[in-house]
Design a binder for this molecule. Sequence first.
Ligand SMILES: *Cc1c(COP(=O)(O)O)cnc(C)c1O
Length: 460
Amino acid sequence: MSEQTIPYKIYLSEQEIPTAWYNVRADMKTKPAPLLNPGTCQPLTAEEMSGIFCEELVKQELDNDTAFIPIPQEIQDFYKMYRPAPLVRAYCLEKALDTPAKIYYKFEGNNTSGSHKLNSAIAQAYYAKKQGLKGVTTETGAGQWGTALSMACAYLGLDCKVYMVKVSYEQKPFRREVMRTYGASVVPSPSMETNVGRKILAEHPGTTGSLGCAISEAVEVAVSNPGYRYVLGSVLNQVLLHQSVIGLEAKAALDKYGVKPDIIIGCAGGGSNLGGLISPFMGEKLRGEADYRFIAVEPASCPSFTRGKFAYDFCDTGMICPLAKMYTLGSSFIPSPNHAGGLRFHGMSTVLSQLYHDGYMEAVAVEQTSVFKAAEQFARVEGILPAPESSHAIRVAIDEALKCKETGEEKTILFGLTGTGYFDLVAYQQYNDGTMTDYIPTDEDLAAGFAALPQVPGQE
Ligand SMILES: *Cc1c(COP(=O)(O)O)cnc(C)c1O
């Protein structure tokens, strides 16, 4: 098929929105390690998990074998309000870079929450509602997840309590107000409302908070209030499962034009958008049907894959959550406050961690000033103001396209454009003023986090 026939935007019809999520674990030879009970160091049972998570989500969390899990009709209907998401051919960026590479991006920012997180928020809220619960609690960092969950809870009539990392609560009052408009209650974390919050504040007065602290608080509130469960916007297997809708749509759109990407790139915070984008392609690679290069992009200031350890660790700072085997910087790791680009979580999805460990995926760490430079370049030619998180993927997509310019190779690059940056203008301001700095943790900084990794019998 000739070049010209590929449109700027490849839309699917509503009928082509996937009706089942794809569970990449079903095709993994080495399954991700199970979550462990931090007290006994034994795999968490469904019964233990059901105190924290909704029952149906527990099933999804533990299911390593079912390849396709049907998307309930109500969730499909909700998806229709903002999906299918466009797959865009970045003709303007290609031209600006003067590269022979062909660049595509899957844009997930076309909803009020401004990111892909709504794909899982609606699923998690739906299962909570179906179970007859009153409400859900969660944490949010930059605020996209809290916003997405607030929207989903408002739609279904569920109570929503959000613990927001304090530095974001203060830097992003507008996000907070969006959440409140959708009916959520928003508390800066660490707070004096929970035992774990009070403890963290006593030990680290003046802390700007972290996702790990906020998770501890949200879990404590969920397990101590009847009718409430905790929901998480990334990292968990169930979240990757829901986000597979991104990759399934992207693949269906590319298949329409017979396009096969050589390189697939995504930013990695907890791994959900990347996991979702690559899932169907990774499935082909795992089954030996096709080959792709997958690249996870993380901030140099929070380098879980590239400098972390593959070990069991807590998902939260308060050390009350289950242990997950993942690439981690240690649950006590808190990125430097000058880090503006999101992707602040200390750990990583166990699925992606296992795939990376087994050599199916690569990872690169990039500095935030170079990320914002890529964001600026992208915004000026492609029009969309990207989220700083998404801009990590843009950075590496541009770098790979520039390599093609040197070698003359016509590679096809697909990257995930996870969201928009309208609420990240404090960070853009720092970039525009030239006051943005790069902080890369030293080996000593990281050693402190590793020293606090939990001892798990049978793990080196
Ligand atoms: C939350 C978020 C991310 C990172 O989370 P993952 O779980 O790693 O996908 C990336 N981009 C945007 C816009 C986000 O809101």
